[in-house]
Design a protein around this ligand. Structure first.
Ligand SMILES: *Cc1c(COP(=O)(O)O)cnc(C)c1O
Length: 227
């Protein structure tokens, strides 16, 4: 299927989820995750009207960005970020969705001269295979990185478990939203924490109903692809 037709379906679903939860369409940013697709398919997504792209590997990120070479595109880094790779991407990202440790915050701070927008990755479900801070660590962590003036915590990010059970998904998203509210209420200059990066191809409607502001969609938008 073309990205245009995929996008039409996704937008329709987003609209429904917004109506159901009394939210505004404009408050949802669609990030097309292009990690498994070619430059041509990525280009097709841009031509379809998508201007937020997500990549999860630094090499691929840099390569795609260079080849696409389009200032209208916002690039999101959504994968595990190794400290030694920070300098390659830090001035090229709209946001980093995977801040998960102090050493990474320190490195980001050191490698740039202007604030970088970051989401703290939270392992809400507690699965061993998932990266991210445990929910109870987040408030402390935010205090600890207060010293890094180039790290701006704009929100929280999570990946829900790969399950069909809607109730389980809802609980994960709700927990992240609650945590976001707790941080936001503190009115910290370095952590406005307004946003929620949650929801992927198989759970974005639920994520939106639970407050997602940034959804990261791969297969449903630029796929199908084999995972
Ligand atoms: C791959 C990936 C996505 C998109 O996954 P789909 O299921 O294809 O939509 C979203 N977020 C992260 C962090 C990813 O690595």
């Amino acid at each position: 299927m073309s990205v245009v037709s995929n996008l039409e379906i996704v937008r329709n679903n987003i609209e429904k989820a917004c109506k159901k939860s009394n939210r505004n369409l404009e408050d949802i940013t669609i990030i097309a995750v292009t990690k498994y697709v070619t430059i041509e398919r990525t280009q097709e997504a841009i031509e379809a009207g998508i201007n937020h792209l997500g990549e999860n590997r630094t090499d691929e990120f840099v390569k795609k960005q260079t080849q696409i070479n389009n200032d209208d595109v916002n690039w999101h880094f959504i994968g595990t970020l190794q400290s030694r790779k920070v300098r390659e991407v830090v001035d090229k990202v709209t946001a980093i969705h995977s801040l998960d440790r102090k050493s990474l915050a320190k490195e980001i701070n050191k490698r740039t001269s202007k604030p970088v927008e970051c989401f703290i990755q939270v392992n809400v479900s507690g699965e061993d295979t998932k990266h991210g801070l445990h929910p109870e660590e987040v408030l402390n962590f935010i205090q600890e990185i207060d010293q890094y003036e180039n790290v701006q915590v704009i929100g929280l990010m999570t990946m829900a478990p790969h399950v069909e059970d809607e109730q389980v998904l809802r609980e994960v998203f709700r927990k992240l939203a609650d945590l976001r509210d707790q941080v936001k209420e503190k009115h910290l200059a370095h952590a406005p924490c307004k946003y929620l990066s949650m929801g992927m191809s198989n759970d974005y409607e639920i994520a939106i109903e639970e407050g997602a502001t940034h959804i990261r969609i791969g297969s449903e938008l630029v796929g199908p692809y084999d995972k």
